[in-house]
Design a protein around this ligand. Structure first.
Ligand SMILES: [Zn+2]
Length: 122
């Protein structure tokens, strides 16, 4: 009998192979291609654990459920397609320069850029 791949690993691989931030439902549909009868509650549980252990990171998309992407430690810019609502991770075209002209007393620890438009498929 073939050794069963742990569900969490299959879910992590699905996120990594997608190469773009996914909703929990998208993650579930990709992972259940490899794990028959994978429950949505189980998927959510694994997503929570993977996010807590920083294997994946949540990407906020205002007005939408959070998406999750593989935490590869690289800074990325996200692109939201306004037609199909998919998020994409792009190499940072601003060359990772956080805004420096913040008011006195504020310390920048990170920044996020979200671009909007239409994706190549749309
Ligand atoms: Zn699109």
């Amino acid at each position: 009998m073939k050794r069963k791949t742990p569900q969490g690993r299959v879910i992590l691989n699905s996120v990594r192979e997608a190469g773009r931030p996914l909703t929990p439902l998208e993650i579930h549909s990709l992972a259940s291609a490899k794990i028959p009868r994978l429950g949505i509650a189980t998927t959510y549980r694994h997503i929570k654990v993977l996010a807590e252990t920083e294997k994946i990171v949540a990407v906020d998309y205002p007005g939408q459920p959070p998406r999750y992407e593989w935490a590869d430690g690289r800074d990325k810019v996200h692109f939201a397609c306004r037609t199909c609502d998919k998020l994409f991770a792009l190499e940072d075209p601003t060359e990772n320069t956080p805004p420096s002209n913040v008011p006195k007393g504020f310390k920048v620890q990170g920044y996020e850029v979200m671009l909007y438009g239409t994706c190549p498929e749309c």
